[in-house]
Design a protein around this ligand. Structure first.
Ligand SMILES: NC(=O)c1ccc[n+]([C@@H]2O[C@H](COP(=O)([O-])OP(=O)(O)OC[C@H]3O[C@@H](n4cnc5c(N)ncnc54)[C@H](OP(=O)(O)O)[C@@H]3O)[C@@H](O)[C@H]2O)c1
Length: 251
């Protein structure tokens, strides 16, 4: 049976690449977008051209009150597009960066990061548990910044650290249903993230590249196929792990 993977934040960057990588391996996809409807429609068409089915649903992962109605929209989409009551993989990917030194971080910046990266991941997963198939998988996105301390990322990295702990607890509690949960922690990747700084700021790009064993920063193609392969049956016994995907950054 074809698998159905739900990816949050699929309209751009790593989520988009993950959705395409899963489709290239023969999986179907539901992905969410927050604001960029046109990008979402383009991705649905691109996955359709690969011969796979994709559905795009709007979602703000910082709005916990929207998760119950979102679960109902997902239930309807699963029935209408696949005749199914469940999906197989949840990839909690959506998120933003907010760069500020500890001395300058505002409460609003801190809350914005924790609302999306921690509270959103916790309660969206909770809301979707009845729809996630037994034997399914969850992948939560963290960051290399939980291991390497870069000034300006304290609140962001603390939120991602919480996600890593949460992943282990999810694995422990959901193991009874055969659900494996892992964290993927990318290094610096060229996307729109953080205003596109890794991609567009030549000095930053060079400094991350020099700090990486493989001698460059990452691109989305370094991450999406890895997540797609992690979700394949080949990796069914990998559970409760933090897997850093950074080309060997900050060794
Ligand atoms: N790029 C890196 O260097 C890097 C490194 C380590 C970890 N990560 C993590 O990887 C994940 C993806 O990052 P990326 O590089 O792909 O970023 P990106 O290119 O900026 O894309 C972010 C995606 O998340 C969505 N999104 C952001 N905030 C959202 C919210 N509140 N509700 C719903 N959707 C939201 C965006 O939707 P719209 O398009 O609709 O706005 C977009 O699809 C994030 O969790 C990030 O923390 C990134």
């Amino acid at each position: 049976m074809t698998t159905i993977s739900l990816i949050t934040g699929g309209s751009r960057g790593l989520g988009r690449n993950t959705a395409l990588s899963i489709a290239r391996r023969g999986g179907d996809v539901v992905f969410t977008y927050r604001s960029r409807r046109e990008e979402a429609d383009a991705l649905v068409a691109e996955i359709g051209a690969l011969g796979r089915t994709a559905v795009a649903l709007a979602l703000d992962t910082g709005e916990v009150a929207s998760f119950a109605p979102f679960a109902e929209r997902l239930r309807t989409a699963l029935r209408e597009s696949w005749g199914r009551e469940t999906f197989d993989h949840l990839v909690n990917n959506a998120g933003h960066g907010d760069y500020a030194a500890i001395a300058e971080t505002t409460e609003a910046q801190f809350d914005g990061l924790f609302d999306v990266h921690v509270k959103g991941v916790f309660f969206l997963t909770q809301a979707l548990l009845p729809l996630l198939a037994d034997g399914g998988r969850i992948v939560n996105l963290s960051s290399g910044l939980t291991r390497m301390a870069h000034p300006g990322f304290a609140a962001y990295a603390a939120a991602k650290g919480a996600v890593e702990v949460l992943s282990v607890y999810m694995a422990r509690e959901l193991g009874a249903r055969g659900i494996a949960v892992n964290t993927v922690a990318p290094g610096a990747i060229e996307t729109d993230f953080g205003g596109g700084a890794v991609r567009d700021n030549a000095e930053l790009n060079r400094s991350f590249a020099q700090a990486t064993a493989l001698g460059r920063v990452g691109v989305p193609d370094d991450i999406g196929p890895m997540i797609a392969s992690l979700l394949s049956p080949d990796n069914r016994w990998v559970n409760a792990q933090r897997i850093e995907v950074s080309g060997g950054q900050g060794l």
